[in-house]
Design a protein around this ligand. Structure first.
Ligand SMILES: NC(=O)c1ccc[n+]([C@@H]2O[C@H](COP(=O)([O-])OP(=O)(O)OC[C@H]3O[C@@H](n4cnc5c(N)ncnc54)[C@H](OP(=O)(O)O)[C@@H]3O)[C@@H](O)[C@H]2O)c1
Length: 336
């Protein structure tokens, strides 16, 4: 079934219910090139053929190759059919390492537009919060990009909930553009940690685009526990992210994660779906805000599997069992 459309929060943008993430395009990890140009274009083709129209990248993904390869691909398509999001914080064009000063933002947007071969972005996120640049300076520089037509909407990737609130307050008080979309790390095993952040999103009408919605692949169920005493030790299939990325255990795996994965696996059996599809669907059904997970995939088969989450439905009880799997019998949350 072709992907339908959801309205992305208050932007009015009509996007597919799952966004395509392109972090691993052109990325080398431990000497492995994760997704080369041909595979990147195959993934983009498969996503578009299924009706996908929402692509997420960043200036630094693959040292600029992600934007460049998306740009090459878009050149043969109608740009207007796609909603393209990119990010700024780490730098490609500026002399400084990372920040959100006016100078950096103005240099980085030019590099991004050039690599993507477009004269505007639909959505421009701050990739991280910059503690050294007042948020008002950053918002003013970003608002100018909106006024100049280089960017249509602003977004904020992961940050503390009080900082997100402060940014929204600053926009309101100073008459500047607001962040309309947020991009936190958010998946079935990482929920409590962003609860307050999601409350801000719900209250303020922001759309939420969770990144690493499958915990880097952990929630697909393809990893097995390697050591009962060390929850972060995994038996990883050859060639999977967990087999070559030294941060995999730290970033994605916890005692809580194994409990949640058990619940996800059980629900998957009941609904005749895969754990990946169930974990994505659990994210998508939100009452308080629009939630459009950013799916990462290394192969077209993985992508097809993940996009089928759009056709799945879970009962309230199934959703609750996944949500509550994080708690022990004493009501406390399982930790690492
Ligand atoms: N704002 C930020 O700071 C930030 C940070 C991270 C990511 N992001 C965005 O979020 C996107 C998604 O992040 P992510 O790649 O970490 O997402 P993810 O969905 O949690 O993990 C994707 C990885 O899981 C594995 N996988 C996915 N589907 C699978 C399936 N059906 N069966 C088996 N394995 C499967 C693949 O890795 P292997 O095949 O290699 O195992 C794939 O690369 C990124 O591309 C990027 O656009 C943003």
């Amino acid at each position: 079934m072709a992907l339908d459309r959801v309205t992305l929060g208050s932007t009015g943008l009509q996007v597919a219910p799952l966004c395509l993430g392109t972090w691993r395009f052109g990325k080398e990890t431990g000497g492995v090139l994760e997704t080369d140009r041909g595979d990147a274009h195959d993934l983009l083709d498969a996503y578009a053929e299924r009706g996908g129209n929402f692509v997420d990248t960043a200036n630094g993904y693959g040292d600029g190759k992600s934007e460049e390869w998306i740009g090459d691909w878009l050149a043969g398509r109608d740009r207007e059919e796609f909603v393209v999001a990119s990010k700024v914080y780490w730098t490609q064009m500026s002399a400084v390492d990372e920040n959100l000063s006016r100078k950096t933002i103005r240099a980085e947007i030019e590099g991004t537009l050039d690599r993507l071969g477009t004269d505007y972005l639909d959505l421009y996120y701050i990739h991280r919060w910059d503690d050294d640049t007042p948020i008002e300076v950053t918002l003013r520089a970003l608002s100018d990009l909106v006024r100049e037509g280089k960017v249509n909407y602003l977004g904020a990737s992961t940050t503390a909930s009080w900082k997100l609130t402060k940014a929204l307050w600053t926009s309101d008080v100073e008459g500047l553009e607001r962040f309309e979309v947020t991009q936190p790390l958010f998946h079935a095993a990482y929920y409590e940690d962003v609860r307050e952040y999601l409350e801000v999103a719900g209250d303020q009408g922001l759309a939420v685009c969770p990144y690493s919605p499958l915990a880097g692949g952990f929630l697909t169920g393809k990893y097995e526990r390697a050591d009962e005493d060390d929850p972060q030790a995994v038996r990883a299939p050859d060639g999977s992210r967990g087999s070559f990325d030294e941060y995999f255990g730290d970033w994605y795996v916890s005692e809580r994660g194994w409990r949640v994965l058990d619940a996800v696996r059980a629900v998957a059996e009941e609904v005749d779906a895969t754990p990946a599809q169930v974990a994505l669907r659990w994210l998508m059904d939100r009452e308080a805000f629009t939630c459009v997970p950013i799916v990462g995939a290394r192969t077209v088969d993985q992508l097809e599997e993940n996009l089928a989450a759009a056709d799945l439905s879970l009962s309230g009880d199934q959703r609750r069992r996944i949500t509550e799997a994080r708690y022990g019998e004493d009501g406390r949350r399982h930790g690492h």
